[in-house]
Design a protein around this ligand. Sequence first.
Ligand code: ADP
Length: 260
Amino acid sequence: MSEQSTTSGHLVRAVNVSKSFGENEVLKGVDMTVDRREVVCLLGPSGSGKTTFLRLINQMETLTGGRIWVGDELIGFVERNGRLHVRKDKDIARQRSRIGMVFQRFNLFPHMTALENVMEAPVHVKRMQRAKARQEALELLEQVGLSDRARYYPAQLSGGQQQRVAIARALAMRPELMLFDEPTSALDPELVGEVLGVMRSLAKEGTTMIVVTHEVGFAREVADRVVFMDGGVVVEEGSPDEVLLRPREARTRTFLSRVK
Ligand code: ADP
């Protein structure tokens, strides 16, 4: 079987993934799968490698070891004439366009309105006609509850509104997979709910999502599966009830007693 076809039906499959920054081994052999339409919440103490794992999937970092497939493609490599080659920038851009990512900080383009932020990638990456991109962007802003803010600049929006624009912008490329990296951790507490609400509705619609979060309540309610990481390894995983209510591992129990 070629390496390209070994996702075994999963949308994401990570096998023995390792990542070091110099001497610092941040991920130490992580195996993980995510199925289509599945919501996986990634929990764990700060520094356990969760963000790095998302960044590897999105090719913002390169693997030290192991393999990650997204769909039928091996991340970071391309098969030509039966041999694996390191991907070129244009291959990476194409692979990334299948994945939407929402960061802790709502890094919107400050000189563009909410609408222009959402239109940007479809117009410049997908070469979509402006009128069509505009129509789709307006629909996405409606979906995240911001129809009336289309013409506002990021500085004129609250943190929660900016983060909802960031979600709409990520969705604009119609990604197969959405990655969320602690999307509510930079928000004032009263703004967390509106962002989690949008994520909850995306999950209900069957969006495939990997969510790094400290929001245990959200994970319990929305996740199909919870993965607990610590020290660069997956400590345990299972249904939200299994991991969050009846954790098997002492490290999981310690973490949960701190965040709950
Ligand atoms: P988490 O998301 O679980 O808090 P991270 O993946 O952000 O964990 O970080 C794991 C470790 O990797 C930390 O020790 C962090 O300092 C280190 N790290 C992350 N990115 C880099 C980088 N670009 N260069 C060096 N070290 C990094």
